[in-house]
Design a protein around this ligand. Structure first.
Ligand code: NAP
Length: 313
């Protein structure tokens, strides 16, 4: 029979790792299950400027998350790498079934986060990894001295576009409206960056090229006019990065847990509609998806799990 953990945390982003840290520190037997690399969104974010106390020169998403992982480990949270395929959450003992086996716990903290929304243009899937990317930290170096386009107008698009200017010859933000959604402080830096250009009221309609991305058709959202953009002949390719928001990693819980637009509904204490099951971080219905709010959710969820377990005894 599998071990029954006090807490299983699903997902090792900032919310999951913080939940693991708080649960471990409360002497609860804790297992963190992650299907890929630690960090979630933050692992593919280059610059972290607004996490309180973050003043380290050169701090990046991966370096911050590496310290969070170490800290959770230090307090005894166990780790397994597995993909969970199904869940049974309603009983006193919750069961998660993965590719490598099944995992049992008295409480579950869902911290599965969100993933990048596809750009939504024709032929997109064909060029992902062949010119299209959703991670500047991972792929910027491939575009050293090439032209790069970034789709989106939020914090992520503008910050990642600025990061890309350190590598690319020219970076153009393609935004569907004529003003950015990004925070004003981020916008000011962007407008002052001479390598950064803007294509307003525009969406990408279609991408193409021989094996690698070398042309695209963009559409003016006001006039409907279509324009073809081709790679410089000497380059033979360009980069296209998508940062147009996130989609929740919640399909596992459809029909099981109450949701709104695919995000899990919780109360202020991270309780879902199922006793002993909590949600934390980007997967929740919430107003601000940031590392600091994810970490706070994780801490609250872990402490609520502790209270729940104490009342079971
Ligand atoms: P976001 O704030 O939701 O912005 C998404 C952007 O993509 C918007 O400009 C939106 O246009 C555009 N967009 C959405 N769907 C589109 C579509 N189908 N086609 C073309 N454009 C589309 O997403 P985000 O920038 O990824 O940020 C996600 C969360 O992380 C936010 O809460 C953000 O504050 C946070 N974040 C914060 C920081 C930071 O504080 N430094 C950095 C990165 C991310 P419209 O403006 O027209 O809606």
């Amino acid at each position: 029979m599998s071990k029954i953990y006090d807490v299983i945390v699903l997902g090792a982003g900032p919310s999951g790792l913080t939940a693991g840290l708080y649960a471990g520190r409360s002497r609860l037997s804790t297992l963190i299950i992650e299907k890929g690399q630690d960090g979630g969104q933050i692992a593919i974010t280059n610059e972290i400027e607004n996490y309180p106390g973050q003043q380290l020169e050169g701090e990046s998403g991966p370096s911050l998350i590496a310290r969070m992982t170490e800290q959770a480990k230090k307090f005894g949270a166990e780790r397994v790498s597995d993909v969970i395929k199904s869940v049974e959450l309603t009983g006193d003992v919750k069961k998660l079934v993965g590719n490598k086996g099944e995992y049992l716990a008295k409480t579950v903290i869902i911290a599965t986060g969100a993933f990048p929304r596809p750009i939504g243009c024709k032929n997109e899937a064909q060029y992902v990894g062949k010119g299209i990317s959703f991670c500047a930290t991972c792929d910027a170096a491939f575009f050293e001295d090439f032209e790069v386009y970034v789709v989106g107008g939020g914090d992520a698009a503008v910050e990642e576009a600025m990061y890309l200017t350190k590598f690319a010859r020219k970076v153009t933000i393609i935004h569907r409206r004529d003003e950015l959604r990004a925070a004003k402080s981020i916008q000011e830096k962007a407008f002052a960056n001479p390598k950064l250009h803007f294509m307003w009221d525009t969406v990408v309609d279609e991408v193409g090229g021989d094996e690698i991305l070398s042309k695209m058709v963009v559409k003016n959202t006001k006039t409907g006019e279509l324009t073809t953009i081709e790679a410089d002949e000497d380059d033979g390719m360009f980069g296209l990065f998508g940062f147009i928001g996130l989609l929740p990693n919640s399909h596992l819980f459809e029909g099981v847990i109450d949701m709104e637009n695919g995000y899990i509904k919780t109360d202020d204490n991270m309780h879902t509609n199922i006793p002993g099951v909590y949600a934390a971080g980007d997967i929740r219905v919430k107003s601000l998806r940031q590392v600091v709010t994810a970490a706070a959710d994780g801490a609250i969820a872990a402490m609520q799990a502790e209270h729940y377990i104490a009342n079971l005894k």
